[in-house]
Design a binder for this molecule. Structure first.
Ligand SMILES: C[S@@+](CC[C@H](N)C(=O)[O-])C[C@H]1O[C@@H](n2cnc3c(N)ncnc32)[C@H](O)[C@@H]1O
Length: 244
């Protein structure tokens, strides 16, 4: 997430960041994929392919995710258009939070489904309430684990992760499970603040470079497609599952 130093709202969100992933617990991963160091500010101290994993944003940051200025600031409208979803697509919104994207996606796949995955039950309760209030039958809330989004194999056309991947405690396991859940030819849309751009005023661990993202997602067996450069602050990094 964005640096709390850039605004009071962000400071509030940051103040409620919850460390779900203590480095001591993570040490039991022990298969050499991850290493550990002294945690930096907002970091877990757990390192994957040279990148320190960020702390998870707690559910008390919902106000920030749903802030009124978000669309204009992040051009989330352009992000959604870039996905070019078929009306019957099955989309997984992984790290869905309060469902900011889930409910905007639902209108774009009237004959498909949106699977809103998160590890925080409080986030899923909000999504469930919103789903009921809107009377939507193409949205499903899915409680995932830190290693597995819990999606059936080869059922998903598109997996969207907005400002979430950098805080996955087990990115290797998560991506392996996401690739398994994608249909052949299915796509991953990874949206992260641009590390390469110093004008993007976000804490370092909440940004990712295209190169780092490519190393990590290609290691999970995905094929690079493109970086769709339409957003003011974020990359839209597109990957595909081979075999489509
Ligand atoms: C910063 S929020 C972004 C929410 C939403 N994508 C948005 O842009 O409004 C990141 C979310 O990712 C979730 N998350 C973290 N690790 C996760 C994992 N392994 N699987 C699913 N969700 C995860 C957190 O619980 C949090 O709700």
């Amino acid at each position: 997430m964005r640096s709390p130093s850039v605004g009071a709202g962000l400071a509030a969100a940051s103040a409620v960041v919850t460390c779900l992933l203590l480095p001591a617990a993570a040490r039991s991963d022990g298969d050499g994929v991850y290493s550990f160091r002294q945690p930096s500010r907002d970091g877990t101290g757990k390192v994957y392919m040279g990148r320190e994993i960020a702390l998870v944003m707690g559910h008390r940051g919902i106000g920030w995710l749903e802030r009124p200025g978000r669309e204009a600031e992040e051009r989330t409208d352009l992000l959604l258009e870039s996905l070019e979803l078929a009306p019957d697509a099955v989309v997984a919104d992984i790290g869905a939070g309060s469902g900011y994207f889930t409910f905007r996606l639902a209108g774009r796949v009237p004959r498909g489904r949106v699977l809103a995955v998160d590890i925080q039950p409080e986030m899923l309760e909000v999504i469930e309430r919103r789903r009921g209030a809107a009377g939507l039958d193409n949205v499903e809330a899915v409680l995932g684990s830190e290693t597995d989004p819990g999606l059936p194999p080869e059922t998903v056309d598109a997996a969207l992760m907005v400002d979430a991947y950098h805080e996955f405690s087990h990115p290797r396991e998560m991506m392996t499970a996401i690739v398994a859940a994608l249909r052949p030819g299915g796509r991953v849309y990874l949206v992260e603040y641009r590390e390469e751009d110093p004008s993007v005023r976000i804490k370092p661990l909440h940004k990712m470079s295209e190169g780092q993202a490519r190393r990590e997602l290609e290691a999970a067996g995905l094929r690079w497609v493109e970086n769709r450069g339409v957003l003011p602050q974020q990359h839209i990094l597109i990957f595909e599952k081979p075999g489509g």
